[in-house]
Design a protein around this ligand. Sequence first.
Ligand SMILES: [Ca+2]
Length: 322
Amino acid sequence: MSRVFLIDTDTASDDAVALIMALKAPEVKVAAITVVAGNVGVDQACRNALYTAELCGSEVPVFRGAEAPLARALEDASWFHGRDGMGDHGYPAARRGVEPVDAAEAIIRTAETYPGLVVVTLGPLTNLAIALQRKPDLGKLVGRCVVMGGAPCCEGNVTPAAEFNIWCDPEAAHVVVRGGLPLELVGWHLCRGAAVLDERDIHRINGMGTALAHFAMECNSTAQAAYLEQTGEHGISLPDPVAMSIALDPTISTSWSSHYLDVEIHSNLTRGMTVVDRLNVAGDSRNRFIWRDLIEKKSNAIVHWMLDVGRWKESLYRALAS
Ligand SMILES: [Ca+2]
């Protein structure tokens, strides 16, 4: 398995922690970070990504991408992450800036340079959709494409039907699920309940005394309060780091299966819903016509259903302790 990663991110507070995990993983080379509008505007997200890379002592190139979803205005999640996406603690600008190449181009060039590349997406799928539109056979160069997004057969966090990353740019997700990439979906359902950092976990991280541990907890302060308001659950929910832990070590997922998957783009009620054919009925002769285009494109995706919570948290602790 390739250990070269490209991370596409709408960098806010949980993305920052996921970036730390990858940048600090000794077995992984992060070849590029591509940034997309989502949680916050793309320029703020670039600042956040660059600042996080600097904290990690990394010179990974950062590429600015789409300013808005493919077909809709951006509706950000600053209510959840803070105006700057990082809890509004006044972090300074990084010394470096972004590279003079756009994110979609960087995705294509990085995949061409590193066949078998692991792509990890932590935001709306706009950059990846644009890359696929420019290079439809991109999927042949990608070893894994781990997507934090979706709420398969489950509850959403923006609407009852949809999770933010997919809801924010459903047209992009619609392109990506048809794009021939080896997709793996880490949905929001994996990031709740026991996967949330509880008081003991937070105490343990604060006790590490490292700059990265302090930063990881501090920048999620607004998100912690917002998560309580949203779900009634106490603690720090870290969807992007959960996805990153599975990207770094697939065995942290303890239950997964492969299915046809599509994204709703027409309905207001279920915009961005990730519809998963968990019983594999789409191929049945009675149903084939409904998902014919997906079946013809063999657009299966692995959906992760459960994870080893202890090992996900250990993987986080390892990164923050360094
Ligand atoms: Ca994100």
